[in-house]
Ligand binder design. Sequence first.
Ligand code: F0G
Length: 531
Amino acid sequence: MDHNTSVTDGPELAEPYLREVLAGAGLAVEYVRAEGNTLYQRGDDGSETPVVDFAGGYGSVLLGHHHPEIVARAQELLAEGTPVHAQFSRHPYANRLAAELNRIIHRELGTTEPYFAIFGNSGAEAVEAAVKHAELDRGMRIEALLTEIGASARDALAAVASGAATVAEPTLTRFGLTATQDPAAAVRLLEAELGRHNATQTARPPLFLALEGGFHGKLAASVQLTHNEGYRAPFRSLAAQARFVPHDRPDLLKEVHAEERGVLLELGVADGRVVVREREFPVFCAFLVEPVQGEGGIRVLSEEFAREIQEFCAAIGCPVVVDEIQSGMGRTGTFLAGTAVGLRGDYYTLAKTLGGGIAKTSVMLVRQAYYRREFEIVHSSTFAKDSFSCHIALKVLELLEADGGLAYRRAAERGEALRAALDSVRSDYPDVIDEVRGRGLMLGLEFRDQSDSPSAEIQGAARGGLFGYVLAGHLLRAHRVRTFPTASAVNTLRFEPSLYLSDAEIAQLEQGLRDVCALLREGAGEALIAM
Ligand code: F0G
């Protein structure tokens, strides 16, 4: 049996079109076993062929496939009959996990303020929880603001009724109201007008800020924060929108703010006159940022831009959601990748490696100053916070933190070794490779555009948006190396292996990449694409 054929004789019903697309690039193979940094394909004769895994479960197996200690913990949990599902009961293991996450984050940030944890099952779910929490908080802040505005109006009405204040004509005409001799009628007119203005403002949907090239998930709300228009546009009407800011234009933040900001109007009394004051309306719900963009092409946020974001958000009172779903959990050499660029999240999202490669779990963390306990009553998810996932995640943290954080140092060291290999390929093929980017074990290799390649096959792949997939297909077929392009930037191949990446595996990748580069340089499309 060929690797590309289905094991069943029945029709393909689980995303048959995607399988066809993958088959076109030679990627629709089945893996039957996984261990460490290796996935195994079953050959025609039943033998297993090892493939070095640089895709790493989209960055979710930093500790390798089936890490023996994680597997042992899982087996122990199942053997003990751990109640996986015991919703609406005490969850001490979730609490221990939250405490351990806090301990690590506090150490990295040098803070002591607690982060409260809301668990989920996938990355997008953690982002959606952050979005919902931020909107709950924003709504509660708006309500508090309206309550204050209501109290100020009552004070102003009382001041006018008692004769302590009057309404000056310009105050009325500024709002298109005609002057009246009756101060009580005038202030009521004014209050009604401000009420209409405020109602228009509060009816505005929340607005999110995010970066161009960012990826935060593909569920209804999170996909609107994901920059790729192909994913986002068809579902625009389902959720609140984001304004996307490019990496190299921090000045645009102020521009976006000026365009979108709104104010609520409040009555006040000063020197015997009724006055109208402006209160900033919190239209911006949250700013989402990946310290190292993953799906969008492996791009590291600069320290300078991180600082600009932080200062901008502090100035306008908008929480910063640091999405560490892919970059976090030690992958870049620190537990949080944001630490290295000076980012401090009001919220953090973690997933992928949190589940140790076997559990599907995620968490959203909220800084105490922003935390609304009401969220715990209005938000829930059947599978979230289950004992199995929490115990596995605790084991993952234990492994990362062991030996004084050896895992973090190892991610940095292995990352440097891998990067040296990528740099060396680039320096020999600068005509083919544009750039090496990333940090630690989150690296990307961007190829130059091949839309004008002399080879019709290469040109076709480049123009059809399949370029990176074709390269990945060749690396798999000819070199037993598994990687993928970053889906929103298909000229960039991504490398997110485990901590246990060996020098021999790096050499295997380097050899494969040199072969790919040579074929591209020669325009040898047939050899590159041949199945
Ligand atoms: N946020 C980031 C930074 C991600 O990289 C991803 C997923 C998500 C959120 C959504 O997580 O898939 O568990 O719902 N990234 C994948 C990738 C798709 O290509 O790296 P999810």
